[in-house]
Design a protein. Structure first.
Length: 214
């Protein structure tokens, strides 16, 4: 099953991708995670992306398409994938369509998570993650057992540089201008399913399951 998890920053795409990975045995492809790994490793691509990401802007389509095109043809994507944070522009969506078409595939579902702006700011300012094993947390909504410490591996949790409130608001603006138009793009292809992204994580998970089986 070829899925796109769509929605504004902080809508819960990364959170909900986890159960899809486990339930459907397909990999999560997060362009944000891949770009952050490149920044951390200091690769030429990471150096290019770093400043744009810190400001909450979009990395160029060429760079992002390069990394996705390479990833999507790997063996573990044969049975499908969950795209998280990609596509984010119309040219990215067109290029994705073409890559999949050449492989005789197409996007099956685009799940769009709808969340209010102020809830997003709350979610992102409280988000923390484990730098060692990658597990995500929220200081209020999904807190670790011991404050600031990963439940799984015991590492100290960190906050993303672009989760400061000013940057979050800029990311939301960029989303409205450049990414939200993709909803119409996928609606016209009859694969868009809008889901309320407010409420408990488990409730939203159930809404996604219902959408995928209907
Ligand atoms: P990326 O990493 O993709 O960030 P994003 O889209 O802004 O999304 P987030 O990861 O912030 O949010 P999410 O929806 O995954 O929410 P999460 O589940 O973590 O991109 C970062 C940057 O990379 C971009 O700004 C851009 O510069 C660049 N980039 C990436 N892809 C690109 C592309 N395709 N083209 C160009 N540039 C690109 O949840 C957030 C928090 O809320 C967590 O703490 C979580 O625990 C909590 N939470 C989740 N669900 C709930 C709930 N139901 N109730 C309460 N809390 C909840
Ligand atoms: Zn950990």
């Amino acid at each position: 099953m070829d899925l796109v998890l769509f929605g504004p920053p902080g809508a819960g795409k990364g959170t909900q991708a986890q159960f899809l990975v486990e339930s459907y045995k397909i990999p999560q492809i997060s362009t944000g995670d891949m770009l952050r790994a490149a920044v951390k490793a200091g690769t030429p691509l990471g150096v290019k992306a770093q400043e744009i990401m810190a400001q909450g802007g979009l990395v160029s389509d060429d760079i992002v398409l390069g990394i996705v095109a390479e990833r999507i043809v790997q063996d573990d994507c044969c049975a499908g994938f969950v795209l998280d944070g990609f596509p984010r522009t119309i040219p990215q969506a067109d290029a994705l369509d073409l890559i999949l078409k050449q492989a005789g595939r197409a996007i099956d579902h685009v799940i769009s998570l709808e969340v209010d702006t102020e809830e997003i700011v709350k979610r992102l300012s409280g988000r923390r993650s484990c730098p060692s094993c990658g597990k995500g947390y929220h200081i209020t909504f999904d807190a670790p057992k011991e404050e600031g410490v990963c439940d799984i591996c015991g590492s100290s949790l960190v906050q993303r540089a672009d989760d400061q409130e000013d940057t979050v608001r800029n990311r939301l603006l960029v989303y409205e201008q450049q990414t939200a138009p993709l909803k119409e793009y996928y609606r016209s292809k009859h694969v868009l399913c809008s889901i309320p992204g407010m409420g408990a994580i488990a409730e939203i998970q159930q809404r996604i399951i219902n959408a995928l089986v209907s």
